[in-house]
Design a protein around this ligand. Structure first.
Ligand code: PMP
Length: 419
C-alpha cells in the first residue's frame, strides 16, 4: 500500500490553500503536480551543469549529456523497451503522435488505404489522422464503443482488413476512464500487417505499461502527466520499424553528414531529435521516473483502483448526477466524468474551486466523444497517487453544496419571474 500521507509531503503545492481552503487537486488527467525531487533536478541542472548536449568537449557539456542520456535509459526501462535508442524525446504526446503521422503515415498511406481508430480519442490522436487520410486519399474508420464506455470489439475482424495500414488507439480514455485492451487489438492488427500506435498519455502515468506486452509499434506519452515537467514527452518506436520512417524535423543533430545539396541521417534516436533538445526537462523527467519506480506502478494502480471504487460508490449517493464510463474499476482508471442536469459543468467547476476543489470542465479535447454523450461538456475529477478518500469526501460534499446552492438560485429566479 502507498503511504500517501508521506508521499504528500513531497509535493509542495499540496500544502497550499485556495480561497482559504486546503487545495484538493483533482485535475490530474490534465497535468499532475510535481514532487520536490523533480523541482530539485531542474534547479540542479541550471545551477550546476547547464550546457548543450552531445557536441561539447567540456565537463559541463559531458555531464549534461550523461544525465540526458541517463533519463532516456530510465524511460526505456520504465516501459520495458528493448533499448534506449527506441526512445525519442518530443515536446508532448501531441508532438509524438504528429511525428508518427508525418514520419510514417505520410509515406505509407495511399488512396484506398484505411486508418482505424476509436470514437473516444483525444483530439491529438484524431486530428493528425484526419489530415493524413485527407492528404493521402485514405479513409478513417472507427471501432465503436458500448454505452458503458467499453470498446465493442465484436466486429474487429471485419473492421481490420488488408487495406488497414494503421491502427491507433488510446490506452486509457481521458473522458471515460476506459482502459482499452490494446494488446489484443495490436495482435489482430499485426496479423493483417497494420502498424499499431498507442496513445499512452493517460495510461503510462497510472498503470504498469510494457511495450512488449502491448505489442505496439509506437507509444506516445507526456512527462507532465506523470510528475515530470511540461515540455517533454516521448515517442517509443519499435526498432524493427525504424527503417520505414522518414525524418520529421530537419536541421542540426539529426544528420550524419551534410553537403550543399543533400544530407544523410543520424542514428536512432537522434534522427528524430532535431535541434537542441529540452535538456533540463528530460533530466527532471528522469527524476519523476525514479520517483514512480521507487513506489512501484502496481502500487500506484492499486491505490487509484481503490480510490476510484470509493469515488464511484460516493457518486452513487448523488442521485441527480450522471457518471460516464465503465463501472468496473478493473477496466477503468482514476478519471470520473460526470454531468449534473441542473448545473452547467463550468458553473460547477467555478463553485468547486471556491471550496478548494480543482476539477476540469469542458470537452476535454474530445469534442466528438463528449457530443456523443448527449452533453455539451462534462465535469471531470481525476486522481493520482497523492489523492485520498478524504479528498473524495470533500468533492462529494462540495457537489452536494453546489446542488443546494443552484437549486435555491433557480427557485429565486422562478419566484422573481412569478412576482
Ligand atoms: N491523449 C490523451 C488521452 C490525453 O489525455 C492527452 C492530454 N489531455 C493527450 C493525448 C495530449 O497530451 P499533451 O497535451 O501532453 O500533448
Amino acid at each position: 500500500m502507498l503511504n500517501v500521507k508521506r508521499i504528500r509531503e513531497d509535493f509542495p503545492v499540496l500544502q497550499r490553500k485556495v480561497y482559504g481552503k486546503p487545495l484538493v487537486y483533482l485535475d490530474n488527467a490534465a497535468t499532475s503536480q510535481k514532487p520536490r525531487q523533480v523541482i530539485e533536478a531542474l534547479r540542479e541542472y541550471y545551477e550546476s551543469y547547464n550546457a548543450n548536449v552531445h557536441r561539447a568537449v567540456h565537463a559541463l557539456g559531458m555531464e549534461a549529456t550523461d544525465r540526458y542520456e541517463a533519463a532516456r535509459r530510465k524511460v526505456s526501462q520504465f516501459i520495458g523497451a528493448p533499448n534506449p535508442e527506441c526512445i525519442v524525446f518530443t515536446r508532448n504526446t501531441t508532438e509524438a503522435l504528429n511525428l508518427v503521422s508525418y514520419a510514417w503515415a505520410q509515406h505509407h498511406l495511399g488512396p484506398g488505404d484505411e486508418v482505424l481508430t476509436t470514437r473516444m480519442e483525444h483530439h491529438s490522436n484524431l486530428v493528425p489522422w484526419q489530415r493524413a487520410c485527407q492528404e493521402r486519399g485514405a479513409t478513417l474508420k472507427f471501432i465503436p464503443h458500448a454505452e458503458d464506455g467499453c470498446l465493442d470489439l465484436s466486429g474487429l475482424d471485419s473492421l481490420i482488413t488488408e487495406r488497414t495500414k494503421l491502427v491507433t488507439v488510446t490506452h486509457m480514455s481521458n473522458v471515460l476512464g476506459t482502459i482499452n485492451p490494446v494488446g489484443l487489438i495490436a495482435r489482430q492488427a499485426h496479423a493483417r500487417g497494420a502498424v499499431v500506435v498507442v496513445d499512452g498519455a493517460q495510461s503510462v502515468p497510472h498503470l504498469p505499461v510494457n511495450v512488449q506486452e502491448l505489442d505496439c509499434d509506437f507509444l506516445a506519452f507526456s512527462a507532465h502527466k506523470m510528475l515530470g515537467p511540461t515540455g517533454i514527452g516521448v515517442l517509443y518506436i519499435r526498432p524493427e520499424i525504424t527503417d520505414q520512417l522518414e525524418p520529421f524535423l530537419r536541421g542540426g543533430e539529426m544528420v550524419r553528414e551534410v553537403w550543399y545539396d543533400h544530407a544523410t541521417w543520424n542514428d536512432m534516436p537522434y534522427r528524430f531529435e532535431a535541434g537542441t533538445p529540452n535538456i533540463a526537462d528530460a533530466i527532471a523527467f528522469g527524476a519523476a521516473i525514479d520517483y514512480l519506480s521507487a513506489l512501484g506502478m502496481e502500487q500506484v494502480r492499486q491505490h487509484e483502483m481503490a480510490l476510484t471504487s470509493y469515488a464511484l460508490k460516493r457518486f452513487r449517493e448523488l442521485e441527480e448526477v450522471q457518471v460516464f464510463g465503465p463501472g468496473d474499476v478493473t477496466v477503468r482508471g482514476g478519471v470520473v466524468s460526470f454531468h449534473h442536469p441542473q448545473v452547467h459543468p463550468h458553473d460547477l467547476g467555478t463553485f468547486l474551486d471556491r471550496e478548494g476543489v480543482a476539477i476540469r470542465a469542458g470537452h476535454h479535447c474530445a469534442m466528438p466523444l463528449v457530443r456523443s454523450l448527449g452533453v455539451v461538456a462534462t465535469a471531470r475529477a481525476s486522481f493520482y497517487l497523492y489523492n485520498t478518500e478524504e479528498e473524495v469526501d470533500v468533492l462529494i460534499a462540495a457537489l452536494q453544496k453546489a446542488t443546494r446552492y443552484f437549486a435555491r438560485a433557480t427557485e429565486r429566479v422562478t419566484q422573481a419571474k412569478r412576482a
